[in-house]
Design a protein around this ligand. Sequence first.
Ligand code: ATP
Ligand code: MG
Length: 453
Amino acid sequence: MNEKAALLLVEDEQVQRESLAGYLRRQGHTVSVAAEASKALHLLQAEPVDIVLSDFKMPGLNGIQLLEKVKEFNPEIAVVLMTAYGTIADAVKAMRLGAWDYLTKPIDLDELDIILGRALSLRRLMNENRLLKEQFGEKYQFNNIITADPVMEEVLNLSARSARSKASILIQGPSGTGKELMARAIHAASDRTNKPMITVNCAAITESLLESELFGHEKGSFTGAVGRKNGRVEEANGGTLFIDEVGDIPLSMQVKLLRFLQFGEFQRVGSNQVQHVDVRLISATNRNLLAMIEEGRYREDFYYRLNVINIQVPGLAARKRDIPILANHFIKKSARENHRDIDGLSRAAQDALLRYPFPGNVRELENMMERAVILARGNLIGLEELPFRPGPSPAAVLSTDENQTLSAQVEYFERELIRQALEQSRNNQSAAARRLGLNERNLRYKLQKYNLK
Ligand SMILES: Nc1ncnc2c1ncn2[C@@H]1O[C@H](COP(=O)(O)OP(=O)(O)OP(=O)(O)O)[C@@H](O)[C@H]1O
Ligand SMILES: [Mg+2]
């Protein structure tokens, strides 16, 4: 067999485990071993595995139970079960639950080779298929980015012009404004479009794992580093590395990334061998990095490396005329996905969208329209389907109540905005605070003051 796999062998019987592992290693596979299912599940999280080869009867979870857990963790991993007590019933059950194949002991090594070979070629096909889909199926271009706003058009212009250079781009803007969409469009318009864009989200990865995620690690370089792992920068070689939430990178990692940006050099964790790759960097954040530099929480030299070209994506509040065309775009998209026949917004709904200070950004608008499409009874989205209360608009409040003092009207206005923000964040106080640009303590104080829950 010529294809080499990362195998995880689960077998409670030591002699069998060692002889089988030895055979598989001699075939050129990478083999990790576990004497029981719980250890195997642990290993799965720590290293890449193509195929799990597991005994059926073991103390703890049996082979079928392990199979279910593996499929839950990653359905693409092929599971091959081995048993000394081969009964048809077990085999059928295992296959039904998604086992790749089934072997009876004593293991026939030729049969094992054939089964592993087939599992590997299928896996390779699936991978190629996915890559092709990612590259061509959903092609991101600038015309995926919908806008009718002159400032945004300027931004798109700048992005299109910068796409073909190798210069680092920093995309900034409030949450949910389309920064990631912009990054994909830039990559798609660059001459690297046939190579992957690899994303690393710094907010989603703990500080201690970020380095190994980016640069990879050698076997045994830290607890849990069972096998060698390639870093994301290697996967991005020739293509684009997209560092999302780059404002969340801890200072210590900024130093290491700075070196990478300056020289294209890095070392795997636990290795002192210096490696080179060729990547184009795009990063994004909704944080104010200059303020963070001021507070000593961000490195200035790193910031300037990231920010060779700066792209600012404005929030929806700053481009109100995008609201109706984006709303209609999302309605069409979601109507298509949900097989609904819906033409767009009613006049009243469109007015309401424009009149209310819309507290969210494009993502919230997208969610709101999707919900409206699902709720809609007719073929227009009406006011009833939007989460606005049919109360007076804030503007109406200001102009009608001439007898009210200024501060009473301001308070009413403030209460209204807070109430809306809470509603739109489904009563999640920290999300509401973020929308309003308040800290949570301040929001809690105001909730008490206005007697809002
Ligand atoms: N101009 C646009 N045209 C069409 N769709 C858009 C546009 N802007 C944003 N979207 C859509 O809105 C959603 C949010 O966009 P995206 O994830 O790119 O935002 P983001 O700025 O990266 O958000 P965050 O700061 O939370 O990471 C996505 O589904 C995206 O496709
Ligand atoms: Mg994003």
